[in-house]
Design a protein around this ligand. Structure first.
Ligand code: 48F
Length: 254
């Protein structure tokens, strides 16, 4: 066999174009590939929901790679240990109820679980706007290549349709803020001070549908609610992703 560079190019272009066209309409789009988005997407995939994860950066993983202050370890509390087990992430009990895992392993295992569950990944893709029509729902996303944004190029975006959208964009709650900016009546209070106990306890109540068709998960949920931040403890992120997946699946009748 002689390798042909043009065949290699054609393989990449045809495969990805077919996938892109397949996902112009989907059940659920999860925006942001941090811990909450990854858990949410993996569990939606496992429930049989046709789901894409859209991530603006080259790599999936969000704020989990860096652990705490670039020490690549994450802490997970007792209430979320079952999710470490479920995704086969190894951990060590540090003190009763506090479990420490390797952040690189956590990102990798969650990403692998999402892949195995059939989630389609669109990395290097920035959601720059949402589509809201007469029915008052988020019915689609306006997307562009991240390098277009980084280079400040004037290139018009494309649009994909989705029945449910999950804002898992982290501390900035980017998708919710787009609706706020356009006068959609969704106030984003912004995250409050560091207070791990409070932030980790309340996040589940804040994980909800905040605008028709738009669910919030992870730090985006706390940011919309004006709730505290929690630092490098990740149980709340995992549980919030799980809850968002349950809510979306219920909405879709799965
Ligand atoms: O920030 P991030 O990890 O969100 P998360 O799931 O987890 C927060 C924790 O990492 C940590 C914490 C709790 O332990 O406080 O910070 O709430 O991941 C958010 C991802 O969303 C991407 C961004 O690149 C990151 O990977 N993102 C942000 N805006 C967009 C986006 C956008 N407009 N389009 C696509 N992706």
């Amino acid at each position: 066999m002689t390798l042909n560079e043009v065949t290699i190019s054609r393989a990449i272009l045809e495969e990805q174009h077919r996938t892109f066209i397949d996902y112009l309409e989907m059940d659920a789009a999860v925006i942001g590939g941090g811990p909450s988005g990854l858990v949410c997407a993996a569990l939606l995939g496992e429930k049989g929901v046709r789901c894409a994860l859209i991530e603006k950066k080259l790599s999936i993983g969000g704020g989990m790679w860096g652990g705490g202050m670039m020490f690549p370890r994450i802490v997970v509390q007792e209430g979320a240990r079952r999710l470490l087990d479920r995704f086969d992430i190894a951990y060590r009990e540090f003190e009763p109820g506090y479990y420490v895992a390797k952040s690189v392993e956590a990102v990798s295992k969650l990403t692998a679980a999402a892949c195995d569950a059939g989630v389609e990944f669109f990395n290097l893709t920035t959601v720059e706007d949402v589509m809201v029509r007469g029915d008052g729902r988020v019915g689609g996303l306006v997307i562009n290549w991240t390098p277009v944004d980084m280079a400040g190029l004037h290139v018009d975006p494309l649009t994909v349709a989705c029945t449910c959208t999950v804002d898992a964009t982290g501390h900035d709650a980017m998708i919710a803020r787009m609706i706020e900016r356009k006068g959609g009546g969704l106030p984003v209070k912004g995250e409050s001070f560091m207070w791990a106990e409070r932030a980790e306890t309340r996040i589940l109540d804040h994980t909800r549908e905040v605008f028709p068709g738009l669910f919030v998960a992870g730090m985006a949920a706390n940011a919309v609610a004006g709730e505290c931040r929690m630092g490098p403890i990740f149980g709340g992120m995992f549980l919030s992703g799980e809850r968002a997946a349950d809510l979306v699946a219920e909405r879709l009748g799965r």
